[in-house]
Design a protein around this ligand. Structure first.
Ligand code: PLP
Length: 385
């Protein structure tokens, strides 16, 4: 029996209300550039307490649009953390800029403000803070650096929707915050993303950037009875559809409950691992609400006779969908070849990379599932201690 059991590391939750919301839009006049997109944007902006939300086709498009809005271009440098999904750094390259990798705090794996300060040059144009696993970064420390050099902070908050930094919702802390609605994230639209900001000019730029650089969309022209439009800059088709926005609105209603359940699961894991000498959950800072997109532990590999990959594959064989988030981005072949990056650039990130495992966490996971995953990893690591 137990060999048939399988738990993924993450999984979407879709209910009948979500399905009904999508069907309603499919039967309406507007499948794209319609009114549901703006409604979703308004819902999202008010959820996070920001003025503007711009919905786009993915979290990657959101990062690209955010960097476009603040004017990132050739010759510029953008500081990003070593431990993140490649898209964070790729977005800077799309605009001709160079991603500069800052090291992470060894206990939280969040971007280390000290390392950011070390990486600032006269060409630095932005700091991208990734709320890794769902924990907000040390924004007060980052703000001191950003203000000193007059550069904006972009939060890659793709892991952290529903989190809080010092009483402020993720999405209203950085100058621009980007989100992803991929099925493993907190809420899903299939594919999709958004940016929140208090800056009206940036929001307007992102709205035309997602629409080929054209200043009016199809519905705005239809309302005016006009065919005229102008393309003011080179943009992309990064539009989200109305039926995706309908799914997003419906999902958003359940977000707070889901984040609460993720936090319960994390608390249960934390309690079980509290006295374990080889399984160490990442540290959580005071004064934050961690949204727990991921539940990451570091293995004390010095105390084990095998490496992380061995523990990983034994867990997979047991039907437990563990994962590794992430290989330091600069170690990917593309980054080594194009920028000459290599081992030694961010020592904390490289040490952590050899030790990390992401354990399953998603709202529909039961306490029994959590206990089974915990017992299994405890038993496997005990065999090699
Ligand atoms: C998911 C994710 C992205 C990209 O989002 P997509 O919607 O898949 O394009 C970017 N950054 C981080 C940290 C992510 O987790």
């Amino acid at each position: 029996m137990s060999t048939l059991r399988h738990i993924p590391y993450g999984r979407q939750s879709i209910d009948d209300d979500d399905i009904a919301a999508v069907i309603e839009v499919l039967r309406s006049d507007w499948l794209t550039t319609g009114p549901t997109i703006e409604q979703f944007e308004n819902d999202l902006a008010s959820f996070v307490g920001s003025e503007h939300a711009v919905a786009v086709s993915s979290g990657t498009a959101a990062l690209h649009a955010a960097m476009y809005a603040i004017g990132i271009g050739p010759g510029d440098e953008v500081i990003v953390p070593a431990i993140t999904f490649a898209a964070t750094a790729n977005a800077a390259i799309y605009l001709g800029a160079t991603p500069i990798f800052a090291d992470v705090n060894p206990d939280t794996l969040l971007i280390d403000p000290g390392s950011v300060a070390d990486r600032i040059t006269t060409r630095t144009r932005a700091i991208v803070a990734v709320d890794y696993a769902g924990q907000p970064c040390d924004y007060d420390a980052l703000r001191v650096i950003a203000d000193r050099y007059h550069i904006p902070i972009i939060a890659d908050a793709c892991h952290a929707l529903g989190g809080y930094y010092r009483q402020r919702a993720v999405g209203a802390v950085a100058d621009l915050s980007t989100f992803s609605f991929h099925p493993v994230k907190h809420i899903t639209t299939g594919e999709g993303g958004a940016i929140t900001t208090k800056n009206y000019i940036w929001a307007q730029k992102m709205r035309y950037f997602r629409n080929h650089g054209i200043t009016t969309d199809h519905r705005q022209r239809a309302e005016k009875g006009s065919w005229f439009y102008e393309m003011v800059d080179l943009g992309y088709n990064y539009r989200i559809t109305d039926f995706q926005a309908a799914l997003g609105r419906s999902q958003l209603k359940k977000l707070s409950r889901w984040v609460e359940r993720r936090r319960e699961i994390a608390r249960r894991y934390n309690q079980i691992f509290a006295d374990n000498p080889v399984i160490r959950p990442l540290a959580v800072m005071a004064d934050v609400v961690h949204a727990y997109h991921l539940y990451v532990v570091q293995l004390a590999i010095d105390a084990l006779r095998v490496d992380r990959n061995r523990i990983f594959s034994e867990l997979r064989q047991c039907g437990i969908g563990v994962n590794v988030h992430y290989i330091p981005v600069y170690l990917h072949p593309y980054y080594r070849d194009r920028f000459g990056y290599g081992p030694g650039l961010c020592p904390n990130a490289e040490t952590a990379f050899a030790r990390i495992l992401s354990l399953p966490i998603f709202p529909a996971m039961t306490d029994n599932d959590v206990d089974w995953v915990s017992e299994t990893i405890i038993n496997i690591t005990r065999n090699y201690s």
